[in-house]
Design a binder for this molecule. Structure first.
Ligand code: IMP
Ligand code: MG
Length: 180
């Protein structure tokens, strides 16, 4: 059943589940049973991280960060503010940053800079969604679920004004919801 404020389902629950298995198998190959510090970027990546880590066979240490660059609108800013930092030290460790979506790329660009200064052994980036047409900062993405068109999407962790995160699919939000 589709939510009344969703224009259409872009990626179904089943498509997401299949893709997560593919991504996890690439991650398992890369890290080959070495321990990984998985960094969930809250709150958007919570659902994706929860599903992905259960397909990862390497030992996982889970941590999370909350950063803000978006406020309550639908366009990005060039600055990030770390609202909650890591508990784990990443020095000498493998780190896998999990994002929900890369839009301008500004958030991940700043995050990558931050991690590069912490002397991790290896830092990789995994995102569920990518809107390549909107890129402003050049970020290297190691694992990407789906490239999507320039539409504002919600569900499977992604929100608009903190709503719709619990939808099991990724859907395009009706413009009438945010163009009031
Ligand atoms: P970036 O810094 O522009 O790459 O912004 C990335 C962040 O913006 C994501 O982690 C999301 O929180 C948010 N964002 C970008 N596009 C969307 C969207 O279509 N729906 C919901 N959130 C989005
Ligand atoms: Mg986010």
């Amino acid at each position: 059943m589709i939510h009344p404020e969703i224009e259409k389902i872009l990626i179904s629950q089943e498509e997401i589940a299949t893709k997560i298995k593919e991504i996890a198998s690439q991650i398992n190959q890369t890290f080959n049973q070495e321990e990984i510090i998985v960094v969930c970027i809250m709150k958007g990546s919570l659902v994706f991280t929860a599903d992905l880590i259960r397909e990862i066979t390497c030992p996982v240490v889970l941590d999370y960060m909350q950063v803000s660059s978006y406020g309550s609108g639908t366009s990005s800013s060039k600055f990030i503010n770390v609202k909650r930092d890591l508990e784990e030290s990443v020095e000498g460790k493998n780190v896998l940053i999990i994002e929900d979506i890369i839009d301008s790329g500004n958030t991940l660009y700043k995050l990558k800079e931050l991690f590069d200064s912490k002397n991790a052994k290896k830092v990789q980036i995994c995102t569920l969604l990518d809107k390549p047409s909107r890129r402003e900062s050049n970020v290297q993405v190691d694992y990407c679920g789906f490239q999507i068109p320039d539409e504002f999407v919600v569900g499977y962790g992604l929100d608009y004004n903190q709503r719709y995160r619990s939808l099991p699919y990724v859907g395009i939000l009706k413009r009438s919801v945010y163009e009031k």
